[in-house]
Ligand binder design. Structure first.
Ligand SMILES: C[S@@+](CC[C@H](N)C(=O)[O-])C[C@H]1O[C@@H](n2cnc3c(N)ncnc32)[C@H](O)[C@@H]1O
Length: 305
């Protein structure tokens, strides 16, 4: 299994132009990796509802070679490798070596064949194609130059190969992270990424919510036959109200406002916890706190000629 970090990725240590991904890559490899480990149960269950539905609607035929973009812990890469079978292959790529190490280790432990992983910035690096298809579950919304990244993905596809990506729809239809954001904004002063000296995730989870904007971007990147399918499902934020409040305070836009708040963070913590308990408490059921989420299944084809 190839888990090597290309020298270009290792060399991208110092932040440089705003167009490159040095800052988000550092964030994904440090603060966000730690948070994703801590709340992995929410993410693997909640996010996998979306990918399981997509892979059920459009399974990859046996023998397909698939690139999994921004693969994180690699659970979708594993699922795709199982679908594509012995003749196929699923290759997970992520800019954060910590995610890739975890994905490679867990895949090796499971004994699964046909899945491999490598570290690369999808916007800038060679993606080791050609692939029959590219897939991404919430891994394409964080590039500083998304048009360039989408073009790079297309160049790694064979003629006629298809990109399918799952991206969040508008925040108003994603109360599972937007409600907490509204709540926290009323209490904690918002510090922008420009004002803070903290690393951050890049453009953010809702950067591909507009179907018009994304379809224009895909066309400009050379894709054709672009389509959008909406998918809605409830996500469990925690098995208890306490767990859900912890999650809301750590991840998503609310978690980001709290993280960047500096001194204000501790001072306002009791008020934030009380407000979140009240807000999220309205969605508490016998088996946990469940709230709505909504994504686009976006597909686009690399022209055959
Ligand atoms: C929201 S997480 C999704 C992870 C995984 N697909 C999942 O659904 O659990 C976004 C992923 O995209 C990766 N990512 C962000 N920017 C990237 C880039 N420029 N190149 C490659 N991967 C990137 C992050 O490291 C992270 O693992």
């Amino acid at each position: 299994m190839d888990t090597t970090t290309p020298p270009e990725a290792a060399a991208r240590a110092a932040p440089s132009a705003p167009s490159d991904n040095a800052i988000p890559i550092e964030a994904w490899n440090t603060i966000l990796f730690e948070k994703f480990c801590r709340f992995r149960f929410v993410l693997t269950q909640g996010l996998s509802d979306h990918s399981t539905e997509l892979l059920r609607r459009r399974p990859y035929p046996a023998g397909t070679r698939v690139l999994d973009v921004g693969c994180g812990f690699g659970d979708t890469t594993q699922q795709i490798a199982r679908q594509a079978g012995p003749g196929g292959t699923a290759v997970g790529v992520d800019c954060a070596s910590n995610f890739i190490e975890a994905a490679a280790r867990e895949t090796a432990e499971s004994g699964l064949q046909g899945a491999s992983f490598f570290v690369a910035d999808v916007q800038a690096d060679d993606l080791r194609g050609p692939y029959d298809a590219a897939f991404s579950r919430f891994g394409t919304m964080f590039f500083n130059l998304p048009g360039l990244a989408l073009r790079n993905i297309r160049r790694a596809l064979r003629p006629g190969g298809e990109l399918t990506m799952i991206v969040w729809r508008r925040r108003e239809d994603n109360p599972w992270i937007h409600d907490a954001e509204l709540c926290v904004r009323e209490i904690v002063p918002v510090v922008s990424h420009e004002e803070s000296n903290q690393v951050h995730c890049g453009p953010g989870p809702f950067s591909m919510a507009s179907a018009d904007m994304v379809s224009d971007m895909l066309r400009a990147a050379g894709y054709e036959r672009i389509s959008f399918e909406r998918y809605d499902t409830d996500i469990c934020l925690g098995r208890s109200l306490e767990d859900a409040v912890d999650f809301a305070m750590a991840l998503g836009p609310a978690g980001e406002i709290i993280r960047l708040a500096g001194e204000d963070r501790q001072k306002r913590r009791p008020q934030v916890v009380a407000a979140l308990r009240k807000r999220l408490g309205t969605s508490l059921r016998a088996d946990g706190v469940w709230m709505g989420s909504s994504s686009w299944f976006v597909s686009a084809r690399n022209p055959a000629h």
